[in-house]
Write a protein that binds this ligand. Structure first.
Ligand code: HEC
Ligand code: HEC
Ligand code: HEC
Ligand code: HEC
Ligand code: HEC
Length: 230
């Protein structure tokens, strides 16, 4: 059988052995309250960046597609941040001399990548994969919020285990047609009329239909520890 917690000092294994009994006691309650606070999770935090790159300008106003820059997000577990070359496709012409782009030109000249600070970051013992979520019709906006309106990029969800699990229990609240995963403004009613009700689809109706169409597994399977802790 595959080992679920391969490393002896893996924090989860440690927690299971030492931590869980504590949760039953009073200390656990205080711990949990702190653990859920915004301060501890980093939700709504906007890390400083070496260049004031704005999704609001590039996506919201200019309408550049997410995949123009995040090219690997549909194909791989990891969503890449674009190399400087991608910026220079435009900025060799647009805003050429601007001070705000000094770091970008410098990076291009010296061939040293811009070091962006991570916005969303899971602990190493939690396994996440972008491509499967997109293939099953979970949109960027469900996890990252209205990125198209953000000047500096913000962590829009807690990224806590309970947040992952809430959706794994009831993904129908979030599923959309796969072709719409990049769309920041999509709503279920745009899918058209539900033949069963004669009215525009609600999110729940469409979500349940897509759950079947995309063969999304049941909540017991999707909340199994070994899905996210491998
Ligand atoms: C013109 C290029 C470009 C486009 C288009 C673009 N992004 Fe980005 N994105 C970046 C860059 C550069 C960063 C790193 C700097 C930052 O975090 O703002 C980034 C960072 C992010 C992050 C945070 C990564 C982390 O560290 O956790 C998310 C989430 C994200 N983008 C989502 C999107 C979504 C969703 C879209 C489409 C709606 C999109 N991006 C379109 C260039 C782009
Ligand atoms: C498809 C073309 C295109 C790409 C690719 C592009 N930009 Fe831009 N960028 C623009 C345009 C056009 C403006 C001017 C926007 C305006 O005036 O509202 C701009 C403006 C900016 C500004 C000035 C501040 C602002 O947002 O108005 C910065 C900084 C910037 N871009 C950084 C980047 C970085 C970093 C990348 C690569 C991750 C990048 N851009 C990729 C077209 C592009
Ligand atoms: C189901 C939730 C979910 C969806 C849907 C999602 N992301 Fe993410 N994204 C995350 C999480 C969680 C992380 C942090 C991953 C980590 O630290 O390992 C992340 C990280 C990122 C990063 C940083 C690089 C990385 O892979 O860690 C970028 C860029 C990004 N997302 C862009 C996007 C774009 C663009 C889309 C839509 C095409 C998207 N994401 C859809 C949850 C999601
Ligand atoms: C908004 C809904 C949503 C959120 C939030 C979400 N997921 Fe998922 N996740 C899904 C759906 C839908 C699937 C596809 C399930 C299927 O194919 O049966 C999935 C599949 C996965 C899989 C693939 C399972 C496998 O065996 O192939 C992993 C791993 C995963 N999610 C981890 C995470 C983690 C970790 C988080 C939190 C950081 C998270 N997910 C947050 C909806 C979500
Ligand atoms: C859908 C994904 C997912 C599933 C299923 C899941 N976890 Fe997690 N788990 C995470 C993520 C993401 C984190 C890191 C964020 C956090 O600490 O909440 C985490 C963190 C943890 C931690 C560390 C908490 C801490 O305080 O540092 C423990 C222990 C844990 N999980 C145990 C479990 C057990 C036991 C199960 C099965 C009953 C399980 N997980 C199922 C995603 C998941």
């Amino acid at each position: 059988m595959a080992q679920i917690f391969p490393k002896a000092l893996n924090p989860i294994a440690k927690m299971l052995v030492l931590g869980l009994p504590l949760l039953a006691g009073g200390a656990g309650v205080t711990g949990a309250a702190f653990y859920r606070s915004g301060y501890a999770t980093g939700i709504y935090e906007v890390p400083p960046q070496p260049v004031a790159f704005s999704h609001a300008h590039h996506v919201g106003q200019l309408g550049i597609h997410c995949a123009y820059c995040h090219t690997s997000v549909e194909k791989s577990g990891f969503a890449n941040v674009p190399p400087t070359k991608t910026c220079m496709n435009c900025h060799q012409q647009v805003w050429r001399g601007a001070d705000m782009l000094g770091e970008v030109r410098e990076s291009y000249k010296t061939d040293k990548p811009i070091v962006w600070n991570r916005v969303n970051n899971l602990p190493h013992y939690a396994y996440f994969n972008h491509s499967i979520h997109l293939a099953k019709g979970v949109g960027c906006v469900s996890c990252h919020g209205q990125v198209n309106e953000q000047n500096l990029t913000m962590q829009s969800s807690t990224l806590l285990m309970e947040w992952c699990i809430a959706c794994h229990r009831a993904p129908e609240k979030h599923l959309r047609p796969q072709a719409e995963v990049f769309n920041m403004k999509w709503e279920a009613s745009q899918y058209g009329t539900n033949p069963d009700t004669g009215k525009p689809y609600t999110q729940r109706e469409l979500g349940l239909k897509l759950k079947k169409d995309y063969h999304v597994r049941d909540d017991v399977t999707l909340t199994n520890c070994s899905i996210c802790h491998r």
